[in-house]
Design a protein around this ligand. Sequence first.
Ligand SMILES: Nc1ncnc2c1ncn2[C@@H]1O[C@H](COP(=O)(O)OP(=O)(O)OP(=O)(O)O)[C@@H](O)[C@H]1O
Length: 486
Amino acid sequence: MDWAAQYRPQHLQDIVGNGSAIRQIAEWGRSWHTGVRPLILYGKPGIGKTTAAHALARDMGWDVIELNASDQRTKGVIEKIAGAGSTTASLTGTGRRLIIFDEADNIHGNADRGGARAIAEVIRSSLQPIILIANDLYGLDQSIRRLCDTVQFRALTTKTIAAHLHYICSREGVDCDAAALQQIADNSGGDMRSAVNSLSAAAIGTDHVSTAEVQTSQKDERTSIFELIKAIHAGADDDILLRYAREVNDTPDTIEQWIEESIGSVKDTEDKAYAYETLARADRFIGRTYRRQYYTLWKYASALMVMGPAEAAGGRGIHARIMPPERWRKMGTGRKQKSLRSNIMGKLGETYHIPGNALREDFFTPITKLIEADPEVYARALYLDRDELEFFIGDKTQAASIAKTLAKERREEERGYTKKKVKKGQKAEKETPKKAPDVQPTLTAEDDPPEAPPAQETVNEVADPKPAAAPEPVPDTSQKTLFDGF
Ligand SMILES: Nc1ncnc2c1ncn2[C@@H]1O[C@H](COP(=O)(O)OP(=O)(O)OP(=O)(O)O)[C@@H](O)[C@H]1O
């Protein structure tokens, strides 16, 4: 059993932290009678809400009926299970039964259509105590919220978490450095479940946990997508799959695409269809998550996308290389092609002064024909690079060889041009002293003023210490035609 389940507090008094919330729940339970408003326990995950509801039932000797989000919480199901349970006597006859609606902030969409109304109805007519559990109080339907009292659970302090981890270590006979426990507690974000899981990961195969083990295990904890896919196909237990899905450092939509890719290796058509069907359902949850910005739904998406395909794969393992989704490659190629095409259009339009539409509709084919007929000439004239040329001629090798020739040509041209530039610069430097005497001497008081001031141009030329710049090549502004290349 994993440590989080093993060390789940059984009684209210064993729950650490959130003292006032626990007192409020205990008091509510003690004084409960028909007609008392239900409680909504809300707060972030892993801090003891569900544990508290069950511990209360145990302390009070009540049976429990629990409906969580993985149950199809349609109106019919709620009325059948919770409704009947809430208005009849308990299994043990006289006792009470606590009705727990876990993840009550997730009653949306088709499966839960009418669910919120049904829960409100159950609350109104219930003869039994009811507790609802939610992460987000305002994710609960208003019609339900109005009928309940609320109990807030706060994130646990690192001190509380570290102390509880210390208790678990002592029960497990694991020697743990205080600094290591502190580190786990700090990283848990107030979530006890995550802290306990981190501790159990760090303690695997050792009876001494130091910060080194914590760091290594926290690195290892980031399950890779490959491990998740392997586990799905190997038929790992649901809780392991869910943990892996949580730990993989990708969003559920990305994980879903990896899983989709791996489904190709499921041989049986019916199994494959089932796997795709569960992925499609997961996809709907992902869509809702983004539409509503309600990230709790991610949990359901993750559960569906790992558990469905795992069932379909039937533990037969994956006998193919785990590959990134094919559609990513296609999308990448598509994007590249699109940007290539738009670059080419831009070049052609600018060079030949043809508007985009006309280019696409009337000129593109003839231009392609011309380029195919003499690729090198056009590649030179249009400065086409290898990919652009390949786009026209569809021959990778030829495009590469032409591009290489042209690149060489350009390098040589540049070298020649630089040489010319340097020569010219040297010439200019040599010539300068000749002109310099005209204006160069610094005037002193004794010198006769020059008869006439030197022309401004000459003064500037001499005052500028830089060698005369080589003339910039005059851009060819004349309009090009399609046949300029020849
Ligand atoms: N306050 C706590 N004291 C001791 N253990 C706790 C506490 N909170 C959480 N845990 C540990 O974490 C596990 C999960 O807690 P629980 O299911 O109650 O969290 P939750 O708040 O209901 O989370 P969720 O919203 O995800 O359902 C428990 O089994 C227990 O091991």
